[in-house]
Design a binder for this molecule. Structure first.
Ligand SMILES: [Mg+2]
Length: 215
């Protein structure tokens, strides 16, 4: 009797809980590569997309590549003033609002946590006041913890194949949506695994997620 009433309570509880969407921010919701290039130009540097990484491809006026320490310092400075540079992709805000009507939405950003406050303000200003986790740890275990044991649909959106792989390994039932930005350096990005869903833009990503939640 107790087992059956527990099972009933669990089902009732689950029925009240919406599906979950975990969504990356940089180059998925907010543009990163394009404004970062503009930021570099303002400082006298440029990005030469020759491979899928920043270190080695950011050069000074003499086309000498900056080392790791210099590149990290530039990324740090960019994030300090991100609200001056970063804007959302077309249809990102409207798509997220629509998805959040039937799902819990959490931003999972790989940005260093010390920049979380300025990002929070920027997202709020864009009416994206959904919870945000800022962590440089692998995304798979974080998404698995957020999902817990809920027998409910889950979707994860990211522009980095490694993050999609990490989440797929930890939460096999998760719909993995690859949404790469349309920028030159992504021509060198590795391909996602065959089971990953690929979207060209937010309208397509939204459709893929809604279809996953209905099935
Ligand atoms: Mg990203």
């Amino acid at each position: 009797m107790r087992a059956s009433s527990d099972a009933h309570r669990s089902r009732t509880h689950q029925a009240c809980r919406p599906p979950l969407i975990v969504c990356d921010v940089d180059d998925v919701v907010l543009q990163f590569a394009t404004p970062f290039e503009a930021f570099l130009l303002e400082r006298g540097y440029s990005l030469l997309p020759r491979s899928f990484k920043l270190t080695g491809n950011i050069v000074d006026a003499a086309e000498t590549a900056l080392n790791d320490v210099a590149v990290n310092a530039l990324i740090h400075d960019f994030f300090i003033e991100q609200d001056r540079w970063q804007t959302p992709f077309a249809e990102a805000v409207d798509s997220l609002h629509a998805l959040a009507e039937e799902a819990d939405l959490v931003f999972l950003t790989a940005m260093p946590p010390r920049h979380a406050e300025v990002r929070r303000r920027l997202l709020d200003r864009l009416t994206l006041s959904y919870p945000m986790i800022s962590s440089e740890e692998p995304k798979g275990p974080i998404v698995a913890a957020l999902h817990g044991k809920r027998a409910l649909p889950l979707a994860f959106v990211d522009d980095m194949v490694g993050n999609l792989r990490s989440v797929g390994e930890h939460v096999p039932d998760c719909a993995l949506v690859y949404l790469p930005p349309d920028v030159a350096i992504f021509r060198f990005a590795p391909d996602p695994e065959p089971h990953v869903l690929r979207a060209q833009d937010w309208a397509e990503a939204r459709g893929l997620i809604e279809t996953h939640f209905r099935n």
